[in-house]
Design a protein. Structure first.
Length: 114
């Protein structure tokens, strides 16, 4: 019985080891400009920041629409409108913090001696 159990454990250990090797090969480090799914370059910082900006703008517009619907009596979902408003506010705050960090980094780069 113990020999069978040891053989099963050894088999499972070999299978797990093989799976880990496969995972390590799949997670190989690629250059930052290459996506692991394709050979096309990934979007740059400017495109990513624009997408985030548009996302925050969409959230704020949706929250404003929900609040307007509640104010006009077309909807009675006050909780949903307040949650959407808070979500949009948090997203805007996060975007502002990212902008502040980027501007601080740019200032540090400008002040670096050559």
């Amino acid at each position: 019985m113990s020999i069978q159990l040891a053989a099963l454990i050894h088999t499972d250990l070999g299978r797990i080891s093989g799976e880990m090797t496969g995972m390590a090969q799949e997670a190989a480090i690629l250059p930052a400009s290459v996506s692991p799914d394709s050979a096309e370059p990934e979007a740059g910082f400017a495109e990513t920041f624009k997408a985030a900006l548009h996302g925050v703008d969409d959230q704020q517009r949706q929250a404003a629409d929900k609040m307007a619907a509640v104010d006009s009596g077309q909807s009675d979902d006050l909780v949903g409108a307040m949650l959407a408003s808070q979500d949009a506010n948090l997203s805007f705050t996060m975007l502002t913090q990212v902008r502040n960090k980027v501007m601080g980094a740019v200032d540090d780069l400008i002040k670096m001696p050559l």
